[in-house]
Design a binder for this molecule. Structure first.
Ligand code: ADP
Ligand code: MG
Length: 368
C-alpha cells in the first residue's frame, strides 16, 4: 500500500472516530442551547484534524518534536475556533430570543413587532408570524363585529316584537271591554301585526339555520330564468300596489344547481326590497345573464342610491339603514339581506350591491 493511501485511510478512520464521539455529544446536548451544537461542530473539526495527525504521525515520518508542535498549534487554533463558534452561536441564540419575546408580546398586544434584520431563516419565520398575526387580528375583528351585530339583533328584535305586542294587547283589551266603534278595522290591524311578527320569527329561524350550518339544500338543476319569472310574478301585486313598474328579462338561458325554494326566497327578498325602496312611478328591472362559468341575476331599482358609507353594511344582520326603528306594516327587522347572503353563499355564490345613477343594483352570481 502506498504512503498516500495509508495516510488517507488512517486519517479517515481517526476523523470518523471523532465524528462518532461528536455525534454522541450533539445527541446529549440536543435539548440544550443552539450555541453548544455549533461549538461541537468547531470542536469536531479541530479534533478530527488532531486525531488524524496523531494517527498518521508514524506514516508521515514526523519526529516526536514536530508532532508536539503540530498538536500544540492545533490545540490553540481549536480553542480559538470553539470560542468563535460560541460567539456565532450566541448571535443565533439572540435572534431566537428576539423572536420569542416578539411572539410573547404578540399574545398580549395582538401585533408581531420583530424586525427583519436577522439570518434568513429567522426572517422567514418572523415574516410568517407577522402574516399569522395579521390573520389573527382580522379574525378577531370579524368575531367582534359578529358579536356586536348579534347583540344588536337581540336588542332590536325584542324592540320590534314589543311594539306590535303592545298594540295587540291594547286592541284586545279594547275589544274585550267592548269600547270599539269599528271592530272590523281592529281585526284587520291585528291580523297585519300578527302577520308581520310571524314573518319576523320565520326570518329569525331561517337566519339561525344559516348561521348554525343546519340549512339543508335539496339541490337540483333549476332554470334561473324560470325562477326569476316566478319571483317577478309573485312580487307583481306588491309592485302594483306601490305604483312601481316591475319587469324581468332573461337574456340567456342559465341552468344552475340550486335549491329552488331557498334561492327563490333570496331572489324574492331582493325584488321586494327593490320595489319597496323605489318611489311611485319608478321602475325595477330584473335581468338574468350567463357568462363563462357563472350565472348572474341583477336587480336594478330607483331607490336614489345607498350612502357610500352604508354599502358595506347592508348585508349585516339587523342593519336597516339610518331610519328610526319604528316598525311599519311592510318593514322587516333588517334580516332580509343577511338571509339573502347566507342562502347565496350556501350555493357557493356571491351577492353584492353597487350604486347606479338613480338607484342601486343588487347582483347575485352563481356558479353554473
Ligand atoms: N333595493 C334596495 N334599495 C335601497 N336600499 C335597500 C335596498 N334593499 C335594502 N336596502 C337597505 O338595506 C336595509 C336592510 O335590508 P333588509 O336586510 O332587507 O332589511 P329590511 O327589509 O327588513 O329593512 C334596508 O332597511 C334598506 O335600508
Ligand atoms: Mg328586506
Amino acid at each position: 500500500m502506498s504512503d498516500h493511501v495509508l495516510i488517507i485511510a488512517i486519517s479517515l478512520g481517526c476523523s470518523a472516530g471523532v465524528c462518532v464521539l461528536g455525534a454522541g455529544l450533539v445527541w446529549v446536548l440536543r435539548r440544550r442551547s443552539l450555541r453548544w451544537g455549533i461549538a461541537v461542530v468547531a470542536l469536531v473539526a479541530v479534533g478530527s484534524f488532531v486525531a488524524a495527525l496523531m494517527g498518521t504521525a508514524q506514516a508521515m515520518f514526523l519526529s516526536a518534536h514536530d508532532l508536539q508542535v503540530a498538536v500544540w498549534v492545533s490545540v490553540v487554533a481549536g480553542t480559538v475556533s470553539v470560542a468563535f463558534a460560541l460567539v456565532v452561536g450566541q448571535l443565533a441564540v439572540r435572534w431566537s430570543r428576539i423572536l420569542r419575546d416578539a411572539a410573547r408580546d404578540f399574545g398580549t398586544q395582538s401585533s408581531f413587532p420583530a424586525g427583519d434584520r436577522g439570518p434568513a431563516e429567522f426572517d422567514e419565520l418572523a415574516a410568517e408570524l407577522r402574516r399569522t398575526s395579521d390573520r389573527l387580528n382580522e379574525a378577531q375583528a370579524r368575531e367582534r363585529r359578529l358579536e356586536t351585530s348579534r347583540r344588536e339583533l337581540v336588542a332590536w328584535v325584542s324592540h320590534d316584537l314589543r311594539t306590535p305586542l303592545a298594540g295587540l294587547r291594547a286592541m284586545t283589551e279594547a275589544l274585550e271591554d267592548e269600547m270599539v266603534a269599528d271592530p272590523a278595522a281592529y281585526y284587520t290591524q291585528m291580523r297585519s301585526e300578527v302577520h308581520r311578527m310571524t314573518r319576523m320569527v320565520d326570518d329569525l329561524f331561517e337566519l339561525s339555520r344559516i348561521h348554525s350550518g343546519t340549512l339543508q339544500l335539496s339541490l337540483q338543476e333549476v332554470s334561473l330564468g324560470d325562477l326569476v319569472s316566478e319571483t317577478v310574478a309573485g312580487a307583481s301585486a306588491v309592485a302594483r300596489a306601490q305604483g312601481v313598474r316591475l319587469g324581468g328579462r332573461a337574456r340567456d338561458e342559465a341552468l344552475v344547481t340550486a335549491d329552488p325554494a331557498e334561492l327563490s326566497r333570496a331572489l324574492s327578498n331582493l325584488v321586494i326590497n327593490a320595489v319597496r325602496h323605489t318611489p311611485v312611478d319608478g321602475q325595477v328591472v330584473v335581468r338574468v345573464r350567463a357568462d363563462e362559468g357563472t350565472a348572474e341575476v341583477s336587480i336594478d331599482d330607483e331607490c336614489g342610491g345607498i350612502p357610500v358609507e352604508d354599502l358595506a353594511r347592508v348585508f349585516d344582520v339587523a342593519w336597516r339603514g339610518n331610519h328610526a326603528r319604528t316598525p311599519t306594516a311592510d318593514s322587516g327587522a333588517g334580516l332580509g339581506l343577511a338571509i339573502v347572503q347566507g342562502i347565496v353563499e350556501a350555493h357557493r355564490g356571491t351577492v353584492s350591491v353597487t350604486n347606479l345613477s338613480h338607484g342601486c343594483r343588487f347582483l347575485v352570481r352563481l356558479p353554473v
